[in-house]
Ligand binder design. Structure first.
Ligand SMILES: [Zn+2]
Length: 288
């Protein structure tokens, strides 16, 4: 079954199919044509015990349950996700019945990201050593692998700082003349000591000093969604703490690989660093 309803916010199975007994009556996909960095939201109206499998370009994506029994899949897109058509496929298996397969093409549009040049003090780039990268990954890797089944968040996210954003998501970063990586979050140009608040509810998954991130806090919002806050001067939370949206978690600083006081907020969605600003807006099935 090919669904080709591009241009609408949702692609919904025709009523004829939805009326077929145990068949899933709807698959909703939004945004219909995401921009690189957006989070693709797939809602499948097939409550347990139906088994739901979702693939994006052939790669399996985690499927979680909503309180009403619907299933939700969140697929992060990034500047590395090519513009143009991608294949989203859904398979629903109920009992001993033959699996039902659905697929549609999702067209990803360019984020038109620019380039930023950063000049770091001499010696700072020495921080980017194999040893430090290894230390960083040993701490962060297992945390980013968390796939907590429940969603702690509700409603739109809020910015972690009232400071203006001086470096947006997705831009290519050139450090001291060397092109490195695209920017995996948004930077807030606050002053040393300014408050940093939880962007939404979650559990503190990590709060420690790291070679590159400096003082780092990671919040697990559940269902494969995690926020990272780095370069803090201090943090006020500990692993395992439950935090509410807007709660103080730390203060802006200049620790780790950074040119001065700055807050970096990264949002990780099931394996990809997405544009966190997408989550500030209401999106049906996600933040509204
Ligand atoms: Zn940053």
């Amino acid at each position: 079954m090919a669904l080709a309803l591009l241009g609408t916010m949702c692609a919904v199975l025709p009523p004829a199919l939805s009326a077929q007994g145990e068949a899933p009556d709807a698959i909703k996909v939004a945004p219909a044509s995401p921009v690189q960095g957006d989070t693709l939201i797939v809602i499948v109206a097939a409550p347990p015990p139906a088994a739901v499998r979702v693939r994006f370009d052939g790669d399996a994506v985690p499927v979680f349950s909503l309180p009403d029994g619907q299933r939700r899949v969140l697929i992060g897109t990034t500047p590395d996700v090519a513009t143009g058509g991608h294949t989203l496929s859904v398979t629903v298996t109920e009992g001993t019945k033959a699996p039902q397969h659905y697929s549609q093409t999702v067209r990803v549009r360019s984020g038109h990201f620019g380039v930023r040049s950063l000049t770091l003090p001499p010696g700072t780039m020495d921080l980017v050593s194999t040893k430090n990268l290894d230390t960083e990954w040993r701490a962060i890797g297992p945390v980013l692998a968390r796939r907590t089944p429940v969603a702690y968040w509700s409603g739109p996210f809020q910015a972690p700082s009232t400071a203006p954003i001086d470096s947006p998501y997705g831009v290519e970063s050139v450090y001291n003349g060397h092109r490195e990586w695209w920017h995996q979050g948004a930077d807030f140009a606050g002053a040393e000591g300014d408050p940093v608040v939880a962007v939404n509810a979650g559990v503190v998954a990590l709060a420690q000093n790291l070679p590159l991130g400096g003082n780092t806090v990671v919040l697990d919002h559940g269902q494969g969604v995690l926020s990272e806050f780095i370069h803090l001067s201090s943090f006020t939370v500990h692993p395992g703490d439950r935090v509410a949206r807007g709660a103080l978690i730390g203060r802006i600083g200049a620790t780790g690989l950074v040119t001065g006081p700055s807050l970096h907020w990264g949002l990780y969605v099931n394996g990809r660093w997405v544009n966190p600003l997408f989550w500030l807006d209401p999106h049906p099935g996600l933040t509204s």
